[in-house]
Design a protein around this ligand. Structure first.
Ligand SMILES: [Fe+2]
Ligand SMILES: [Fe+2]
Length: 354
């Protein structure tokens, strides 16, 4: 059993400070004990978070992972990057990732994975959309959005999801170089649509920005990071993990398929929720409307033009792709369960400002 170090709640602050320190590498070279302590604390934090399910540790671990992925991956060019390749920072990231991977690995794949790639498509569609996994029972969030949610609660969801949708689909673009041939063309087709085929006003992230403005939310880069729940950060970190490790890129193809396949029915729930609240403003509903149609197409492209060419060329990839769907279910389930628990108890799903 890991012993939780007293520094857990502040670990993400230590990472934030380390990333912003222009003299970090020099300072740690002069104080090797400090470097070793940071890595050891990361290992202990990962054990407390991902092996022992300690909520405070999960919060600190996911915040730290998010900061590290943002620096090395999807943050804009003006973010501080002096320490992107610092060896201590890299070691901290590997410790946190190892813990996250251990946690994900404890969720077993259903044991009826078909041996034949052609039987895989319907099996994967069932795993993404229909199958109830005993470890992940329905959270009730879909009906809650349709029938009960308030405007303030919707705004909390929009605010937290802005960490993805204002940069949709940047984390997915990070796996483009892992593909070849028709599967690469398939992913590009999907991504180009998300990027509005090069038209700024058609980019899905621009449409999300309009939605946020109409709801009086802040559209600045990662404005809601300090208040986002760790459960939402976990959905981002799953993508960061898949994007950064080429051995896990096949899981990203599965994850993209899951997101696209699940999107239309989820968007319909949101529209029903807004309508019930009397909201018919096109600038608010457009993001949801757009995705009902777009993602019907995207799920087909993700399955038949990305996943299937991959698994036909490499049948052993089926298990990895399926794990991407399964692990996506896990992190989305945790976020939905968190939202439902908070909203039905009349609490905010977001953290107090740090
Ligand atoms: Fe989109
Ligand atoms: Fe999409």
């Amino acid at each position: 059993m890991a012993t939780a170090p007293v520094t857990h709640p502040m670990f993400d602050r230590r990472i934030e400070d380390a990333l912003a320190d222009p003299d970090l590498t020099e300072r740690l070279a002069q104080h090797p004990d400090a470097a070793a302590a940071l890595v050891a604390d990361a290992r202990a934090l990962a054990a407390a978070a991902f092996d022992d399910d300690d909520e405070t540790a999960l919060d600190a671990a996911h915040r730290s992972l998010y900061l590290l992925y943002a620096q090395g991956g999807w943050s804009p060019v003006h973010a501080p990057r002096a320490n992107e390749h610092d060896l201590t920072v890299a070691a901290v990231l590997l410790e946190l990732e190892a813990g996250f991977e251990r946690q994900l690995g404890r969720l077993p794949l259903p044991d009826d994975l078909p041996p034949d790639p052609d039987a895989f498509a319907p099996w994967l569609a069932d795993l993404a959309l229909e199958r109830e996994l005993p470890q992940l029972p329905p959270t009730g969030m879909g009906p809650y959005i349709r029938d009960t949610i308030t405007l303030d609660q919707l705004k909390e969801i929009v605010a937290q999801r802005s960490l993805f949708f204002l940069k949709e689909p940047d984390p997915w673009a990070m796996v483009i170089p892992s593909l070849q041939g028709p599967a690469k063309a398939g992913l590009l087709d999907l991504l180009l649509d998300e990027y509005g085929w090069g038209r700024h006003d058609h980019m899905h992230s621009t449409v999300y920005e309009h939605l946020m403005r109409r709801l009086d939310l802040d559209t600045a880069y990662d404005a809601y990071l300090p208040r986002a729940s760790w459960q939402f950060l976990a959905t981002m970190n799953l993508q960061g993990l898949y994007a950064r490790h080429r051995r896990l890129c096949r899981r990203m193809y599965g994850y993209i398929y899951l997101v696209e396949a699940d999107s239309p029915r989820s968007m319909r729930n949101y529209i029903a929720g807004y309508h019930r609240l009397g909201i018919t403003d096109e600038d608010i509903l457009k993001f949801y409307d757009l995705h009902i149609t777009a993602d019907e197409g995207h799920q087909d492209v993700a399955l038949n033009e990305v996943v299937m060419p991959v698994v036909r060329a490499e049948p052993a990839a089926m298990e990895e792709v399926a794990r991407g769907v399964l692990e996506g279910h896990l992190v989305h389930h945790d976020f939905s369960r968190h939202l439902h628990a908070c909203f039905t108890a009349g609490r905010s799903s977001m953290r107090e400002s740090a």
